[in-house]
Ligand binder design. Sequence first.
Ligand SMILES: Nc1ncnc2c1ncn2[C@@H]1O[C@H](COP(=O)(O)OP(=O)(O)OP(=O)(O)O)[C@@H](O)[C@H]1O
Length: 232
Amino acid sequence: MIVEMTQVWRRRGRRQVLRGVDLQVKPGSVTGLLGPNGAGKSTTLRVLLGLLPPQSGSVRLFGEPWTRSSLARVGASVDGPSFYGHLSARRNLAVHASLIGVDGGAVDRALTIAGLTDVQHRRARTFSTGMRSRLATAIALLGDPELVILDEPQNGLDPEGVREIRELVRRLRSSGKAVLFSSHVLGEVAAVADDVTCIVAGRTAYSGSLSGFAPDGDLEAAYFAVTTAAQG
Ligand SMILES: Nc1ncnc2c1ncn2[C@@H]1O[C@H](COP(=O)(O)OP(=O)(O)OP(=O)(O)O)[C@@H](O)[C@H]1O
């Protein structure tokens, strides 16, 4: 397993936000993280990235107990796009590449996989929301990570942007990477995910294959059935 979280608990302020999160990500697969607003999806991703230590439970990455050094094999975009608006996409990537010590070849590979080669010389501040989202993902890809984590990548995108993210996620999978992304866009989860984890009120209500979650292909009906039952 690339990710194996078992019975993770975590408070934020006085609230017990996570109260039993189980999450698995298999090699080379795409996992969609679902759940209502405030269910704990972002908190779960933050625990995985070591931004918030778990109070209890176990977090394993790449088959071993979590360590900070294992994050070298993870690329993440969890806090929205962050880059220098006055620099081109290419220069932004070059700055990040030198920070993490990878060569110019990594910049070209990240531009290609994020679908930004044609606009690489444009200043980032002129980018649409969709292009910004792909630039953030390109930055996450620089270190050639085995696991890519995206927090609500479709957020605020128009239909074309949503389609570009779908194609990007598929390219990531075809290049052998595992992808974990949170989303409220059920149609996109249905279109790209192999597996689904659904968190409701801080607990995992379902974790397994997409086809097991929605055997008849109706992800919306399955989502409401699982979230209603878990809120019980
Ligand atoms: N910095 C913080 N301090 C205190 N509480 C927080 C903080 N961040 C989030 N929370 C609370 O933790 C709970 C879970 O938030 P989280 O962002 O993990 O949920 P989410 O499933 O990602 O939600 P959404 O779908 O709205 O993004 C919410 O009740 C939220 O108010």
